[in-house]
Design a protein around this ligand. Structure first.
Ligand SMILES: Cc1ncc(C[n+]2csc(CCOP(=O)(O)OP(=O)(O)O)c2C)c(N)n1
Length: 452
């Protein structure tokens, strides 16, 4: 770098780059310095969401291709031949609830109802836990309302022992895998039944037995970890694949990009899901690059297969996940799937979206509600009806209520039913080193002296 101030570290007598405004530039130097040219001042582009509080939202100009129109490449396709898939939108369910086109996974009735039920259970769970936070029973919660298809349909398309590296908004994967609700609630309440011993923020689940990797608060760290896990699976000659999820905001993290490089270079058997729900807390997707291109198109530069799909269409999510899983299992390498969806509620219990976005937006979002759409499909097939849906919703609400009552017996926020204090020194290392043992003893002595 040149010494621009003219007063820095340059040695006396050293030749210096002539500086603008010093009166000794020749013509070409003046041009380089921008003098004598009639240039407009440079401007920075700062993305701005289309609608703010008080605005009426209108998404009628969003390009939403009709269901059934996207082609379906072969699972072994060269990523270079499927560029268009990153800019289109794979959709199976049409406006009448019919499954159409080459991506229709043609699922049996049993699977459809099972997915519908898991999605409804996830929504009931979210509703109850959100209320528990408002009642002061826990410190924090995050809903996945409107994004249930992204987790549930993916879990249905994966093998139960494929390893999932989720973000904090894929509780649906655990629920779809039949993980006990009480166990999830114990973690949310940080009580004596919490398998993580109260060490983690609510909803940062960890369930190795369900092949559900420990959730971390640090965004996108799970991405390279998923790729590494998939590489290890391949290196050992195993048949299991990995799947990971992050929000579109998280794709701006460096970890997202190193994960894509490693996945591409080693053709790791991994599915990279980007859940584009339009918002990263109060930042709209434009801040992560959505004004310039799609998130699925990130795959192109890495030589990875990229699919952009309707994230509120459970059949599209199922079909795309199945495509990517089959590709990975056949050693065809990774797939990046952008799930185009909408975060229907606040970011978390600490967030009030009416402070930064139009209250109107959710109701105008053109892809609708994933549960309503799958329900409509099942009704159109003649395998379901509104009465059965209402009865199921009632039954699931009761199931969640009963689980909550059980979990609350193990303690809720402020009720003192937690793991013993000294346990917080455990598991920092595999074996407790002497200095932690000393700190642990000091804490116990002080607690005793204080009469606790
Ligand atoms: C490395 C890091 N930076 C910032 C945060 C704070 N943070 C938590 S969630 C979040 C928004 C993430 O948005 P997105 O990836 O779009 O996922 P979404 O919440 O919409 O599902 C941010 C900035 C964090 N947890 N970790």
């Amino acid at each position: 770098m040149g010494d621009r101030s003219g007063s820095g570290a340059g040695k006396a007598g050293e030749e210096r780059v002539p500086q603008a405004g010093r009166g000794h530039l020749d013509a070409s130097e003046r041009e380089l310095a921008g003098q004598g040219r009639n240039l407009p001042p440079l401007q920075l582009h700062v993305p701005e969401p289309r609608y703010r509080p008080g605005d009426a939202a209108d998404f009628s100009d969003l390009e939403i291709p009709a269901a059934g129109t996207a082609p379906r490449p072969d699972e072994a396709a060269d990523p270079g031949t499927m560029r268009d898939m990153a800019y289109g939108l794979v959709r199976v369910l049409d406006d009448e609830g019919q499954a159409v086109g080459p991506w229709d996974p043609k699922l049996p009735a049993k699977t459809l109802i099972r997915m519908l039920r898991a999605m409804a259970l996830t929504r009931a769970f979210d509703a109850r836990m959100f209320r528990a936070q408002r009642q002061g029973k826990t410190s924090f919660y995050m809903k996945s309302t409107g994004e249930e298809a992204v987790s549930i349909a993916a879990a249905a398309a994966l093998a139960s022992d494929d390893m999932c590296f989720p973000s904090y908004r894929q509780q649906g994967v655990l629920i779809a895998r039949g993980w006990p609700l009480i166990d999830m609630m114990n973690q949310i309440y940080s009580n004596k039944g919490d398998r993580l011993k109260g060490r983690q923020l609510p909803i940062m689940y960890s369930a190795r037995e369900a092949s559900f990797f420990s959730i971390s608060g640090n965004l996108a760290t799970q991405y390279p970890q998923a790729v590494g896990w998939a590489m290890a699976s391949a290196a050992r000659g195993d048949t299991r694949i990995a799947a990971t999820w992050c929000g579109e905001g998280s794709t701006a993290e460096g970890d997202f990009h190193s994960a894509c490089t490693f996945a591409s270079v080693y053709r790791a058997p991994v599915i990279l899901n980007v859940v584009n729900n339009q918002w990263a807390i109060s930042s709209f997707s434009g801040f992560a690059g959505a004004e310039a291109t799609t998130f699925a198109a990130r795959a192109i530069g890495y030589g990875i297969a990229g699919l952009r799909i309707d994230g509120n269409d459970a059949l599209a999510v199922y079909a795309a996940t199945r495509w990517a899983a089959d590709r990975a299992r056949a050693n065809g390498g990774p797939t990046l799937i952008e799930h185009f969806t909408y975060r229907a509620e606040g970011h978390s219990t600490s967030d009030d979206p009416s402070a930064y976005r139009s209250a109107d937006e959710g109701s105008h979002w053109p892809l609708g509600d994933p549960i309503a759409r799958l329900k409509q499909h099942c009704i159109a097939l003649g395998i379901w009806d509104e009465e059965r849906q209402a009865a199921m919703d009632k039954e699931l609400a009761e199931q969640v209520r009963d689980a909550a009552r059980e979990a609350e017996k193990n303690g809720i926020l402020g009720h003192g039913l937690h793991h013993p204090m000294e346990s917080m020194f455990e598991d920092v290392f595999e074996e407790m080193p002497w200095h932690l043992r000393e700190q642990q003893q000091q804490m116990l002595d002080e607690a005793k002296a204080a009469g606790l």
